[in-house]
Structures are given as structure tokens and as C-alpha cells.
Ligand binder design. Structure first.
Ligand code: NAD
Length: 344
């Protein structure tokens, strides 16, 4: 049994990762500041599990992070904590720099101080994993894929702040020999995603018979991966990856935004037909495009497949989407609790 420090574990992907590693017999210490995006409801099922502990703290808090590392005898640090929504970064970039850059610097400094005091046997196994995004690579045209060799070219304040954090991770490996790894993943979908993001947002609007706002002409393309597949990839990187390396994970499921919204509508037409007999698709409204909206992201994850044995359980996006919508429909209390906090 290993002990993981999971920063940002009360958010969407971090909570799914926490559940995964506990199910695998490990111990999870979640450190989270519980911003508007962090919810203890995401970890409720684990609250009585003796292998789980929650610490409310900010990743920028040097004392708090150092204390958790030492007291909990952490084997692996996995940093999910971030400001993660592009639209919010356009409105208020400063908090993105504070958390995604300064916060990462603090996590690295605290981890290094802890690592340097570890016994040699434990030290050789220690890993610091930075969970990053494909958005740091910038935007693709209609063809081509991002790989680990693609130069960083971030375009939004969100992706620029994540890129800066990733460069710090790289520097701590090269300068101080802290055994770090970075993972770059495409768009995640699945249970527990805060309803400001495309899929739960559209579902929420549809259920309330509100307009479904689609940016621009809806043709921007993302590569969608089921969150559980991303989490298993991160665990593979910890188990089999090499310090200093980066690993890309994708879903092999490129869809434009309009296709995603139409798929949600088609599933809802089947499950909960509208009372007035019209289709959910009729609620779609095209709205002014996001500023600097990247055109297309797509990942070639053959390195992760080859070196980590990475594989996806959800090979078909529409199947994963239906499972995801089922989860939200079966967990309406989660949706109302999370939205009820008035943080949207
Ligand atoms: P999220 O917004 O759902 O969760 C972020 C979590 O971090 C929240 O629990 C929040 O409370 C916490 N947090 C924020 N600032 C903090 C701080 N200063 N100190 C401590 N905790 C803080 O994000 P997510 O979608 O789960 O993404 C997790 C990570 O994965 C992020 O780093 C993101 O960049 C990356 N990522 C996300 C996606 C995606 O599609 N969602 C894709 C690739 C990579």
C-alpha cells in the first residue's frame, strides 16, 4: 500500500483518481482549498474509509503542504489542483497565475525539501506527477496530432499558466533531480464534472428547458477521453513511467462541439422526451465565439500505449457519454448540492 498526496482531489478528475487508487488498495490524502470547483460531495463515498483523509489547504501554503508531506509519509504527489476553466481565465487571469504557477512552485519546493530527507529506498520510488493539459500545445489545423515532442505554444491565460507550471516541473527535475513527470491529457468527460464545463452544462440547461449556447459555429474540435481512462493512465505513469518524462493521453475521439451537444440531445430525446414533443436540439443557440478560441486539439498517445501499456476502457465516445449522462441523471442531488452553493 502506497500513500498518495492528491492535491486538487475534491475536483472532477482528482476525485475520480482518489476513488481509483483507494479501490486499488492504496491510501489517499486529499489536499484541496475547496474553491468554487472543489466539493466534498465528490468524495462523500470515501468519507468513512480509513484509507482516505481530507486536508483543507491551499497549494500555495508552504507550511500546510510541508506538514502533510511529513506527517502522512507521502510516497507519491499527484498535483491536480488548478484553476481549470478557460472562460474564467479570460475574465480573471491573475488567480490562474497564482494557483497554476505559484502554487506549483510551492508544491515542488515542499516536495523537494521532503524528498531530500527521505531514506534512500523510499527516495528511489518517490514521484511528483503534474497533471497537465493538451491545451499547452496551442491549436492544430484540420490535420496533425500533438505528441510529447510538440513545442508548447499556449494561447489562453489558462493554458499559459499551465505551461508555466509544467516548465517549473521540468526545471525541478533538471536542476534538483526531483523525480517529476508531467502528463498532458485531452478533454475529459465523466461523473462529477463541475457544471460550468460543456457536457454537464448542456445537460443542466436542457433539463431546465433553457437555450443550449454553442460558441461560434460549433465546429471547434476536441478529443474526448473518459475520466476513468485518464486516471488509469496517470496511475500507469506512476507505476511504469520514468522521471523526467512527459506522457500524452487522448481519447481517440475527436468531435466538434456541435456534435457533442447534438449527441447529448439525442440521448435525452430517448431518455426524457420533452413534454411539448419537440427535440432538445431545437434549444441549440449559437453565441459569440470565445476570445482566441483554439480550433482543434488532438492527441497521438502512442508513447503512453507503448511505454506504459496505456489503454482505454471507453473506446467509443457516445457509449461513454451515455454512461456519463446516466450518472448525472441518477445523481441529481449531487448536481443540486454543487450548484446550490451558488458558486457558478
Ligand atoms: P477542477 O476545476 O474540477 O478541480 C480543481 C480542483 O483544484 C478543485 O477541487 C479546487 O478546489 C482545487 N484547487 C484550485 N485551486 C487550489 C489551490 N490554490 N489550492 C488547493 N486546491 C485548489 O479541475 P479538473 O477538471 O478536475 O482538472 C484537474 C487537473 O487536470 C487540472 O490541473 C487541469 O488543468 C488538468 N486537466 C483537466 C482536463 C479536463 O478536461 N478537465 C484535461 C486535461 C488536464
Amino acid at each position: 500500500m502506497k500513500t498518495f498526496l492528491i492535491s486538487g482531489g475534491a475536483g472532477f478528475i482528482g476525485a475520480n483518481f482518489t476513488e481509483l487508487i483507494i479501490n486499488q488498495g492504496h491510501r489517499a490524502v486529499v489536499l484541496d482549498a475547496l474553491t468554487y470547483a472543489g466539493h466534498l460531495e465528490n468524495l462523500e463515498a470515501l468519507s468513512k474509509n480509513s484509507q482516505y483523509k481530507f486536508v483543507k489547504a491551499d497549494i500555495r501554503d508552504q507550511k500546510a503542504v510541508a506538514k502533510v508531506l511529513a506527517e502522512e509519509k507521502i510516497d507519491f504527489v499527484v498535483n491536480f489542483a488548478a484553476e481549470s476553466h478557460v472562460d474564467r481565465s479570460i475574465e480573471n487571469p491573475n488567480i490562474f497565475v497564482e494557483t497554476n504557477v505559484m502554487g506549483v512552485a510551492n508544491m515542488l519546493s515542499c516536495s523537494l525539501a521532503y524528498y531530500e530527507k527521505m531514506a534512500p529506498a523510499q527516495k528511489s520510488q518517490f514521484r511528483f506527477v503534474q497533471v497537465s493539459t493538451d491545451e499547452v500545445f496551442g491549436s492544430l489545423g484540420d490535420s496533425g496530432y500533438f505528441t510529447e515532442k510538440t513545442p508548447y505554444a499556449p494561447n489562453s491565460p489558462y493554458s499559459a499558466s499551465k505551461a508555466a507550471g509544467d516548465f517549473l516541473v521540468r526545471a525541478w527535475f533538471h536542476t534538483y533531480k526531483l523525480p517529476t513527470m508531467t502528463t498532458n491529457c485531452s478533454n475529459n468527460y465523466g461523473p462529477r464534472q463541475f457544471p460550468e464545463k460543456l457536457i454537464p452544462h448542456m445537460l443542466n440547461c436542457a433539463l431546465q428547458e433553457k437555450a443550449l449556447p454553442v460558441y461560434g459555429n460549433g465546429k471547434n474540435v476536441r478529443d474526448w477521453i473518459y475520466v476513468g481512462d485518464h486516471c488509469r493512465g496517470i496511475l500507469r505513469a506512476i507505476e511504469k513511467g520514468n522521471p523526467g518524462e512527459t506522457y500524452c493521453f487522448g481519447g481517440n475521439s475527436e468531435r466538434d462541439n456541435l456534435m457533442v451537444v447534438k449527441s447529448i440531445c439525442a440521448i435525452l430525446d430517448k431518455k426524457i422526451p420533452r413534454r411539448n414533443g419537440s427535440r432538445y436540439e431545437d434549444l441549440i443557440q449559437f453565441v459569440e465565439d470565445r476570445k482566441g478560441h483554439d480550433w482543434r486539439y488532438a492527441i497521438d498517445d502512442s508513447k503512453a500505449v507503448r511505454e506504459l501499456g496505456f489503454e482505454r476502457q471507453y473506446k467509443n465516445f457516445e457509449v461513454g457519454l451515455e454512461a456519463t449522462l446516466n450518472w448525472y441523471l441518477e445523481n441529481k442531488k449531487w448536481m443540486s448540492d454543487v450548484l446550490g452553493k451558488g458558486k457558478l
